[in-house]
Write a protein that binds this ligand. Structure first.
Ligand code: HEM
Length: 130
């Protein structure tokens, strides 16, 4: 009888811990592939804007906006979903401002948008990387 109870408890523990490990892993498997593409995307952005290729710079800003849009549904570990939404929507809007600056060939505005992306990256990492 005691053996059965022990087995049931072990099974329950396996389900509880197993599923929380899966949730954390599920989160990472969405975040990591996007994050790993971002440094190269920022370098591309820098390179295109340096040669004043406004069309490709705008495209790169849109690529970055799209990458963050794909993280809409992430619920970060620790659960501060509101803060996650705020920062990642800010970053999307910053990328849109960059596109706007490309439309008016505003080099200062493009640089400001790139600087803001870096600031928002640091803010996100400070909050969400343990
Ligand atoms: C353009 C801006 C950003 C760049 C270039 C960037 C880049 C990176 C890189 C290179 C990593 C390491 C990936 C790895 O370990 O394989 C990373 C991890 C991470 N970033 Fe970002 N990031 C940016 C913005 C953000 C923002 C705004 C947030 C949150 C709203 C965020 C949340 C995270 C998290 C949670 C991880 C950890 C993933 C893990 O645990 O492995 N990042 N990021």
């Amino acid at each position: 009888m005691k053996k059965n109870l022990l087995l049931v408890l072990m099974l329950a523990a396996a389900i509880v811990f197993g599923s929380s490990a899966m949730a954390a892993d599920g989160n990472l498997s969405v975040i990591q592939p996007v994050m790993q593409k971002l440094p190269a995307a920022l370098q591309d952005l820098q390179a295109r804007s340096a040669v004043k290729d406004y069309f490709c710079t705008a495209e790169k800003f849109m690529d970055i906006a799209r990458m963050f849009k794909s993280l809409d549904k992430v619920v970060p570990d620790g659960g501060n979903k509101a803060k996650w939404d705020e920062i990642h929507n800010n970053i999307i809007n910053t990328a849109f401002r960059g596109i706007g600056a490309c439309g008016s060939k505003d080099d200062e505005g493009i640089k400001k948008a790139m600087d803001d992306l870096a600031k928002e990256r640091d803010e996100g990492h400070k909050l969400f990387i343990k």
